[in-house]
Design a binder for this molecule. Sequence first.
Ligand SMILES: Cc1cc2nc3c(=O)[nH]c(=O)nc-3n(C[C@H](O)[C@H](O)[C@H](O)COP(=O)(O)O)c2cc1C
Length: 301
Amino acid sequence: MKIIDPKDVSVAEFHGLMLGAIAPRPIAFASTMDQEGLVNLSPFSFFNAFGSNPPLLIFSPARRVRNNTTKHSLENVKEVPEVVINIVSYSMVQQMSLSSTEYPKGVNEFVKAGFSEMPSQIVKPPRVKESPAAFECRVRDIISFGKEGGAANLVICEILLAHFKDELFDDQGKIDPHKLDAVARMGGNWYCHAQGQALFEVEKPVKNIGIGVDQIPEPIRFSMVLTGNDLGKLGNVPQLPLKEDIEEFGNRDEIREMKVRFQNDKEGLVIHLHQYAQELLHEGKTMDAWKALLQTTLEMG
Ligand SMILES: Cc1cc2nc3c(=O)[nH]c(=O)nc-3n(C[C@H](O)[C@H](O)[C@H](O)COP(=O)(O)O)c2cc1C
């Protein structure tokens, strides 16, 4: 491991390392307004949701590392404590990037980047028509962490009204991540497109209390075949299958054939059963995987 004390490197270097490793980060596309009514639109990936009652979002227009100047978005929310946080889909990414240009104060990045202003219903700044989702927010607090370049300014926002495009929803009324087609920020010039193989499901371990990896028998836990992800799935079952179910599973043709083929090679049998269990895990058949794995313990007596 490379171990770095932030005090031993420049702020710019540590900034780059943080952003490279803490990724992907969601992007708040923040629309704000100054007291003259001039509109500003800028992206911020120091951003996330922090609670839903009240619904809170925080983004951070930090002091520039390069020259310690402050962002217009920060100045605006100090003048008019309202913001619309728009979500960025892949179809918007190039224009969103253009909007991050350091245009002089008062320049409207909706216009420069070619986005359409939609009047908000509660707050003064407009929302981005092209965004799949947008949150009208009141700024509850701004917490600044110093006057040096790179210092964070946490803009704590309470959502007053949310807008979602109708086409985002699936049949159950949930937001379909494929339809959101979101982008996120990585380090340097890299972005992430939440689509295709980048999207996958992991069942939440909320329904039962899983046995935990520590309770997996050692010959399985220290398998030459199974990965950490496989062990995570195996540790998520509330209990092991019953002996009779394991025995019955042993009557499957695949298992019978393996037992015959490797009758004089216990190590080979273990490896093949673990490979078979891994396939079952990839198919989402966790209990069957357990039954395959526990054949070896039956076999070993
Ligand atoms: C995808 C993306 C994410 C960004 N995230 C941040 C951020 O979290 N904090 C920040 O201070 N600047 C961030 N920036 C840079 C600002 O958008 C940029 O400094 C912009 O000019 C600020 O505009 P303003 O002065 O009009 O507020 C980001 C830029 C891009 C393209």
